[in-house]
Design a protein. Structure first.
Lengths: 419, 620
């Protein structure tokens, strides 16, 4: 064997992973609980199936830990190519579930290739960026990595799975870490802020306020009257103006009607409590009714009585909120935060750039999922259907997240050998 | 690690931390500080009640009520909320046994301990009154008001259809429905389900410790009012329908009557029929089993689902086709050569009008031969193919060979059969058939089958002298009087109306002139035009009659089928049609003796109805 050194598995990460996964399973069980299927090992219902997925995920994790350490960096492009092929195939073979076309029916199992695209893309991006003489600051590099994430994102968009496509935005964090200008982050946040403001506030007032801010910046803070900074500020202001006026067009012509409604609901412009606002409102009631300590395991009434749609998958967090209260749900958020921060710390201690970039990618993908999913349930983000990692019901997502995480744990376990 | 990159690592960590803190704070706002959600923490005191809208009423063409509703009560239970129940007292109040109570509770618990299910269905107003004032003692139980269909006159059962509980298929197809909801299962109830059903409402109610609804949660912000179902205004004439059903009592068969100028169905009877009140409420299940297993198939709408050989009536359509093609003219005469095809004794027909009156088989044998073998090709097989294609096209324009686009559920409806070249090529092989193989079609036997409503439509076509409007049962619905545009369209046969005048004259003679086959349809003062038919069949022949009246500006066209009746169309179907015309056009029937006779008579009385069919089935 090439590597003699004992594997140094980061057990804390594994423990957090296990805790989240089993807590998730308990909540899937609670969300679908009925006395007819009260056995926890009833394989005809969702929690029973989820148990099978958990067993499979653990087996898969074990297998990944036993692989040769360079396996994934050597086969990164091949895996990427294979999964992209699957995504293309999905476009032709997909069965429609809830309006999305992202499932291939394998008879015994519905495979959702978009879930696997995440770790495949992470591998390919890490492989590319870790090559010698590749600098994140180069325009060329930026274009290539943009293409690497755009291909799966577009293929998934074609499957009408906006949520999963959005996840790829998360790669901006590893890019930033590797040297992408911070301006991209700032522009991104500013664009979202302007988009929201443009929908809420009169556009001319908004531009006026921006102009005042720019003038204050130029004359009061900097106190300069000429030079490049002057022109640049005007340029930025014009770009903002253009952006603000394009918002209406994008909102009305590019977004689909249900997406428009969800944004309107989020911004409080409409309160369609029985239509598009129904899910979020019901989920807020369910969570709110949990109070400080919750109603206790299996004690939830709202999430049981089918008030909250999709309660086992995308809205599973409601069950946590209702049955485990503020204490339980905050603990879960804290667990995720701990996991993410730990992953960042692990990524920083890698000696090989491939492992580091991959570690950041893992953390970022999980982060976007957490942000969008919990944000949606709490009414902070428009309704976008993506699962809560390791937690929501679903075989493809659990297996794919496990692969994503354990490839990194594997890399980390022999970090001293990998350069 | 350079300083720059460790700074960047800190930025990423900050982003994660900030988001986590935002979430925890947001959770605190929702769960700890917001009174709105705190109030909801007492979910136990809220009840989500579905409000069922009343189903739309159904009226006849004169505004007489055919179907309306009666309030009943479902006793609902949310098993988890049942607390401190005095079970014995509860059972006494409801008049049920303890074991029954346990069984119902178990069922409700199995469905879901947290959501409402029906504990006892369809409690009448009187029964409910007995324990209404005791409800406060039954925590976890509440009353949900539902409606049931009521039929003041037990008529038109197969047309109106019935309402029943949704099944799994309905639930999968449309998320509007929840388990225990009702849906139209057949007839107009099914085809106009979305018009009739309205929209369910919902209310969230505060419930006090005594299980009384004390008010709307948050002043009704989450409530929706139910939208009542729209009323259907049908084309049926309730009196004619009822009268036709009386006449068809003790018989098997059907009647379809249409107003030719509008295509509106005035009556549609399928005998034997049943009282639609049988399929309502708690007795529905038992009665459904009984009706469904009845060998006479009372739930079948024979007017749409039956397929029969058209018999002699088909000759009317044949003569129109031949005249339009120019292969004969109104004055064409053919000898009654019984060696070609059997016939009864009568003088040879000298004109088309006479041929229709006497229903001469050899005459129409000749007519059909000219249609099929037009002499366009030397090869007789090719010639027959050409002729049949032309004929087939005409038949489609008469509405034959396809499902009539009536506003009733299409499933189970027959299309009838008009054979085309592909049909015979499959049967005999290409160029292996010619007129001599298929001549039975000329007299409405052979491979041709039709559906009773298509025959009534044929009567309407002659009445209109060449066109029809698709028969339909609903004139308009709802407060806005919505009409279906497709029932305003005239479907032209493309045949000159002069020829239809000849057909009408021939049909007039059938009823009125010596030697006509349907003298029994005669009613003094009404110039009824008709045509008899005998549909050959295993068992005894079916007696068939189509007619319209009056001859000019007809107001009614109909087809009458009496199954397995001994004797031809003139014996049974024609006099029944005559009585119906009299009823509709004169408003009342003066010939009480005739009426009494045909109401009571059973044309196949030698054998009881059910045994006959068993025998017929064996024969097949």
């Amino acid at each position: 064997m090439e590597y003699q050194e004992k594997l140094k598995i980061d057990w804390w990460t594994v423990v957090i992973y296990l805790v989240i996964m089993f807590f998730g399973w308990l909540n899937v069980y609670a969300a679908g609980y009925s006395e007819a299927h009260s056995s926890i090992f009833d394989f005809s219902v969702q929690h029973g199936k989820q148990f099978i997925w958990i067993v499979m995920a653990l087996a898969l994790a074990g297998v990944i830990l036993l692989t040769e350490p360079r396996l994934f960096s050597n086969t990164a492009y091949a895996i990427y190519g294979f999964v992209m092929g699957l995504l293309v195939l999905t476009l032709f073979l997909a069965v429609t579930v809830n309006g999305g076309k992202s499932w291939i029916d394998l008879g015994f199992f519905r495979l959702q290739p978009s879930e696997f695209a995440k770790f495949a893309t992470a591998l390919a991006v890490s492989k590319y960026l870790s090559a010698l003489h590749i600098e994140m600051k180069d325009m060329r590099t930026q274009i290539v990595v943009a293409a690497l994430i755009a291909i799966p994102a577009l293929l998934i968009l074609l499957q009408h799975d906006t949520g999963s496509a959005l996840v790829f935005v998360g790669f901006i964090l590893p890019f930033y870490r590797e040297g992408l200008s911070g301006a991209f982050l700032i522009i991104g946040v500013a664009a979202i802020a302007l988009f929201v403001l443009a929908l809420l506030v009169n556009k001319y007032i908004l531009m006026g306020v921006l102009a005042v801010v720019a003038l204050l910046y130029l004359f009061v803070w900097l106190n300069k009257r000429s030079g490049r900074i002057y022109w640049r500020t005007i340029g930025i202001w014009l770009c903002c103006a253009l952006f603000i006026f394009s918002v209406d067009f994008v909102f009305n012509n590019i977004l689909e009607s249900h997406q428009r409604e969800r944004i309107d609901v989020l911004l409080g412009k409409t309160e369609d409590l029985r239509g598009s606002g129904y899910n979020v409102n019901q989920s807020k009631i369910a969570i709110g009714s949990g109070g400080f300590a919750g109603k206790g395991f299996l004690g939830g009434t709202l999430t049981k009585a089918d008030f909250v749609p999709e309660q086992e998958t995308d809205f599973i967090f409601c069950t946590v909120g209702e049955e485990w209260g503020w204490l339980g749900s905050s603990t879960l958020v804290a667990l995720y935060a701990w996991l993410l921060l730990r992953l960042i710390a692990m990524a920083e201690r890698q000696r090989s750039p491939f492992s580091r970039i991959y570690g950041y990618s893992v953390a970022s993908i999980l982060f976007v999922h957490l942000f969008v999913n919990v944000g949606m349930v709490l009414g902070l983000v428009p309704v976008i259907g993506i699962p809560l990692p390791f937690f929501s019901y679903g075989g493809s997502s659990l297996l794919a997240f496990t692969i994503l995480l354990f490839i990194f744990i594997r890399q980390d376990a022999s970090k001293n050998q990998l350069l | 690690m350079s300083k720059q990159f460790s700074e960047r690592s800190q930025v990423v960590r900050m982003i994660i931390l900030v988001v986590a803190v935002i979430f925890v704070v947001r959770l605190a706002v929702l769960q700890l500080f917001n009174p709105k959600y705190k109030e909801l923490a007492e979910m136990q005191s809220l009840r989500n009640v579905t409000q069922y809208p009343a189903r739309g009423f159904i009226y006849d063409r004169h505004g007489k009520l055919l179907v309306h509703n009666e309030a009943v009560y479902d006793l609902m239970v949310i098993p988890r909320m049942v607390k401190n129940l005095d079970t014995a007292y509860f059972c006494r109040a409801l008049g049920i046994e303890r074991s029954d109570f346990d069984e119902r509770m178990d069922k409700a618990r199995r469905y879901s301990p947290y959501s409402a299910s029906v504990f006892m269905k369809q409690i009448s107003k009187e029964e409910y009154a007995k324990f209404e004032n005791k409800m406060f003692r039954f925590k976890g139980f509440y009353i949900s008001q539902r409606t049931l269909r009521i039929y003041d006159r037990p008529i038109a059962a197969q047309v109106l259809g019935y309402v029943g509980e949704v099944n799994q298929g309905d639930l999968d197809r449309d998320t509007y429905y929840k388990r225990g909801d009702y849906i139209g299962k057949s007839g107009l109830e099914k085809s106009y389900e979305e018009v009739l059903r309205g929209i369910k409402g919902r209310k969230m109610m505060h419930v006090d410790v005594h299980n009384r609804e004390i008010g709307h949660y948050q002043d009704g912000r989450y409530d929706t009012l139910p939208v009542e179902g729209s009323n259907l205004y049908t084309t049926l004439d309730a009196d004619l329908q009822s009268y036709a059903e009386e006449l068809m009592a003790n018989k098997r068969g059907c009647v379809v009557a249409i107003e030719p100028s509008s295509g509106e169905v005035l009556a549609m009877v399928s005998a034997p029929t049943y009282d639609p009140n049988l399929l309502v409420g708690r007795i529905r299940g038992k009665n459904y089993m009984m009706l469904n297993s009845d060998i006479a198939k009372p739930m079948l709408n024979r007017a749409l689902m039956g397929q029969y050989p058209p018999g002699s009536i088909f000759k009317v359509a044949q003569s129109m086709v031949a005249l339009d093609l120019g292969v004969i003219n109104p004055g064409s005469g053919f000898a009654c050569e019984k060696n070609l095809v059997g016939c009864h004794n009568h003088p040879s027909a000298r004109t088309v009008q006479e041929a229709i009156k006497m229903s001469c088989n050899p005459y129409f044998y000749q007519v059909y031969r000219r249609v099929i073998q037009q002499g366009k090709y030397k090869n007789i097989y090719k010639d027959a193919q050409y002729g049949l294609t032309v004929w087939h096209d005409y038949m489609l324009r008469f509405g034959f060979g396809q499902k009539i686009d009536i506003d009733l559920p299409k499933s189970g409806m027959s299309s009838g059969n008009i054979p085309d070249t592909a049909f015979y090529n499959r049967w005999y092989g290409k160029e292996h058939w010619a007129f001599s193989t298929i001549y039975s079609n000329s007299i409405g036997q052979g491979e041709v089958t039709v559906v009773p409503i298509q025959m009534a439509n044929l009567a309407a076509i002659v009445a209109n002298r060449g066109y029809y409007i698709t028969p339909h049962l609903v004139r308009f619905y709802g407060a806005d009087s919505v009409r279906d545009e497709q029932y305003l369209v005239k479907h032209e046969t493309g045949i000159d109306r002069r020829y239809f005048d000849i057909a009408a004259a021939g049909m007039y003679d059938v009823v009125h002139v010596a030697g006509g086959t349907a003298r029994r349809a005669r009613v003094d003062g009404l110039d009824i035009c008709g045509k008899t038919g005998t549909a050959e069949n295993y068992g005894n022949d079916h007696s068939v009659f189509i007619c319209f009246a009056p001859k000019d500006n007809p107001r009614i066209a109909m087809a009458v089928y009496v199954e397995n009746a001994q004797g031809g169309g003139g014996t049974w179907a024609a006099p029944i049609a005559g009585l119906l015309c009299e009823k509709y056009l004169n408003g009342e029937v003066k010939r009480k003796d005739v009426e009494k006779m045909y109401k009571e008579i059973n044309p196949c009385q030698k054998l009881p109805l059910t045994r006959r069919v068993k025998k017929a089935k064996k024969k097949r």
